[in-house]
Design a protein around this ligand. Structure first.
Ligand code: ATR
Length: 281
């Protein structure tokens, strides 16, 4: 049997084991995926343990995504640029770090966008870790215009400066973004504003949107944030964070096994789990 897992702290509520195990079962693979509760001070022992125990691959979640990088043998260039690893592949004792968070988002976006993404004008709201993964992943695919709106300008400027891909980006305050939302084909919200339990709040007010605009929120609890509700009322196509979560897992699965897993089985498994503990009443 091949063993996989996720390391993080806390980890009890991770939905990854059910999601991956459902995919392994569906593919008829003799594999299992488990949760490992790893504290910060035990991270390096845990990483050595991957090699010692012959674990084939792991996902890395909060708070280890950055710190884990110095413990690996090789880092993929996109993960290096993002500055965070969420997937480790054990290639015959060599541990290689990847980041599938941003590419997971891109896969989800491709699902609802009916044309090429490269020529779309995009706005990312937020400039934290999730925003950086999405920004660099979109830039790596050749999207040419990605503006960023954030409470703190400096964080966005640093993200532009460190970007290894060639593109055109500008910073907007949240107030300025409110007045220019109608310039964008795709608007991506990456902060935790509107996440349970503060489900009534929104990072900004949507006044006007471009026709055919897509508004995507990486939050999946609730499945429809206040921002997405507003966007829908203004005629946008909307997407919640479920696709990003499931695709980042699917891309990790593919890195480990070489097989792209059955996406809808994974998504339905997560939806079922959300149905149980979900707090979006
Ligand atoms: P993550 O890794 O989940 O992206 P993070 O790195 O802490 O988390 O980033 C959080 C993002 O949410 C940032 O863009 C942050 O804005 P600042 O850079 O100004 O801190 C944004 N954010 C969090 N709380 C916010 C709030 N109350 N109002 C506006 N922006 C907020």
């Amino acid at each position: 049997m091949a063993l996989y897992g996720v390391i993080g702290d806390p980890i009890a509520h991770s939905m990854s084991p059910e999601m991956h195990n459902a995919a392994f079962q569906e593919c008829g693979m003799d594999s299992a995926y488990v949760k490992f509760h790893v504290k910060k001070e035990q991270l390096s022992q845990a990483i050595n343990g991957i090699k010692a125990l012959g674990i084939k691959g792991v996902n890395v979640t909060v708070p280890h995504k950055e710190q884990v990088m110095q413990l690996l043998d090789e880092i993929d260039p996109l993960a290096e640029a993002i500055g965070a690893v969420n997937t480790i592949v054990n290639e015959n004792g060599k541990l290689i770090g990847y980041n599938t968070d941003g590419l997971g988002f891109v896969e989800g976006l491709k699902n609802i966008a009916d044309e090429q993404l490269e020529d779309k004008s995009m706005l990312i709201i937020g400039a934290g870790g999730a925003a950086k993964a999405i920004f660099y992943s979109l830039a790596s695919l050749g999207v040419k215009r990605i503006d960023v709106s954030n409470r703190t300008a400096l964080r966005a400027e640093k993200m532009f400066e460190a970007c290894p891909f060639d593109l055109n980006s500008g910073f907007l305050s949240l107030e300025a973004a409110e007045n220019t939302l109608n310039q964008y084909d795709v608007i991506i919200h990456t902060t935790s504003i509107g996440m349970f339990p503060y489900i009534e709040v929104s990072p900004l007010t949507i006044k006007e949107l471009k026709e055919g605009c897509i508004v995507s929120d990486i939050i999946y609890n609730p499945l429809e944030t206040a921002l997405l509700k507003q966007a829908k009322q203004k005629g946008a196509r909307t997407q919640n964070g479920l696709d990003m979560f499931v695709y980042q897992g699917a891309l990790s699965f593919e890195k480990w096994t070489g097989i792209f897993p059955p996406y809808s089985i994974m998504k339905n498994t997560v939806l079922q789990q959300l149905g149980g503990q979900h707090v979006n009443r």
